[in-house]
Design a protein around this ligand. Structure first.
Ligand code: SAM
Ligand code: SF4
Ligand code: SF4
Length: 351
């Protein structure tokens, strides 16, 4: 297995393709499951994803060997970081086997997972042993009533916290982060409580501006609290010091508490877009490759895989898709927001 380093800087060689804006491909996010056991209103609102919603059939999702082939082809083009996501990745049966397969790919230095955490206590140890390098757990509030609202009435704060504890106990070498989506007027008043809970631990909370992903989450700019304002609020209670980025293109701006109680990150996708450094591709559970979180269309890799294509043909399609890429949605948001194009939904391609 490739040796894992805590936070690898992406490698960059001339052999690796660059898109039309000169960006290299370093990260691949893999959605292993379109279903979820939550119904967060900002991602999979119950009104749309009720009991009659049709999710993919098992045979429509890529199987583990197909995912491995794509990841291997991507590694050959410069991808060194993989992240498993969903929907809820821990709903995918035998996920630990996929982790083992992906860790064995030459060039993959970092394998992470984003989860809502409710099933994590059950799986943390085996995932760690299989080679998963780090875990991000989503948690928007510690207040049980607000949590209930923000998860669409599913799951419990206590289970998510138990998942985080289990992840800490398992000792993931890349550590444990918490993703908190901040919605003005919904949970912005509850952010200091989340930070207070993790101060003095190794868990790094990351505060994410609420984004207009998909078409069903009723997003409005008035629901976005710019990170700068949030950082001011936090610093008024616990003074903060800016930390340098660990590698070019790091998405989160990092801060440390001056009193030594740990670190936080803020992700300013709306107020300070970072498309110029965006090195990510996203693979949906049914095998479509997207080169932007806000894409309206993607490249069907499953068709190629199931049509008997060789590894070389697969890599050529991946390379060509990346070379054609010119996405910079977040930088153009204001112009595009009135567009009628349907974006891909978040639960198909993960965050
Ligand atoms: N179900 C897993 C989870 O919630 O962690 C993985 C998939 S979820 C789509 C990945 C991340 O996207 C989560 O941290 C979630 O909070 C974030 N997310 C979902 N909708 C969002 C939105 N509209 N704006 C910002 N982040 C969002
Ligand atoms: Fe599920 Fe994650 Fe979306 Fe919430 S954010 S509905 S937990 S996929
Ligand atoms: Fe990357 Fe698209 Fe997000 Fe810009 S909007 S940072 S191109 S995923």
């Amino acid at each position: 297995m490739t040796t894992l380093h805590p936070i690898p800087a992406p490698s960059d060689t001339a052999a690796h393709p660059r898109d039309r804006l000169g960006r290299a491909l370093h990260d691949l996010r893999i959605s292993v499951m379109d279903r979820c056991n939550f119904r967060c209103p900002y991602c999979m609102p119950e009104s749309t994803y009720g009991e009659h919603f049709t999710f993919l059939r098992n045979d429509e999702r890529l199987d583990f060997d197909e995912i491995e082939r794509i990841a291997r082809a991507a590694a050959g083009l410069g991808v060194s970081k993989l992240r498993l996501t969903g929907g809820e990745p821990l709903l995918r049966p035998h996920l630990v086997d996929l982790v083992r397969q992906l860790c064995g790919i030459e060039g993959i230095e970092d394998l992470a997972m984003t989860t809502n955490g409710v099933l994590l206590a059950r799986h943390a140890q085996e995932l760690r042993e299989a080679g998963l390098h780090r875990v991000t757990v989503s948690l928007d509030t510690l207040d049980p009533a607000l949590f209930h609202r923000m998860s669409g009435g599913r799951g419990r704060v206590a289970d998510v916290l138990a998942g985080i504890d289990a992840a800490l106990a398992a000792g993931f070498p890349g550590g444990v982060k918490v993703n908190t989506v901040v919605q003005k007027g919904v949970n912005d008043h509850a952010i200091l409580d989340v930070l207070a809970h993790f101060r003095g631990t190794t868990v790094v909370p990351r505060l994410i501006e609420y984004m207009d992903v998909g078409n069903r989450n009723d997003w409005s700019p008035s629901r976005v609290l710019p990170s700068r304002e949030l950082v001011e609020r936090i610093a008024a209670k616990w003074p903060l010091q800016v930390l340098p980025a660990r590698y070019p293109g790091e998405v989160a701006s990092r801060y440390r508490f001056v009193d030594g109680a740990g670190e936080i990150g803020v992700i300013s996708s709306i107020s300070q877009p970072f498309c110029g450094d965006c090195s990510r591709a996203r693979l949906s559970s049914e095998g479509t490759l997207y080169t932007c979180l806000f894409a309206t269309r993607g490249t069907d890799l499953r068709l190629l895989l199931r049509g008997g294509a060789s590894d070389e043909q697969l890599q050529v399609l991946l390379r060509d898709t990346w070379l054609r890429r010119a996405d910079r949605y977040s930088e153009q948001r204001a112009d595009l927001h009135t567009s009628s194009s349907r974006k891909i939904e978040m639960h198909y391609i993960g965050g």
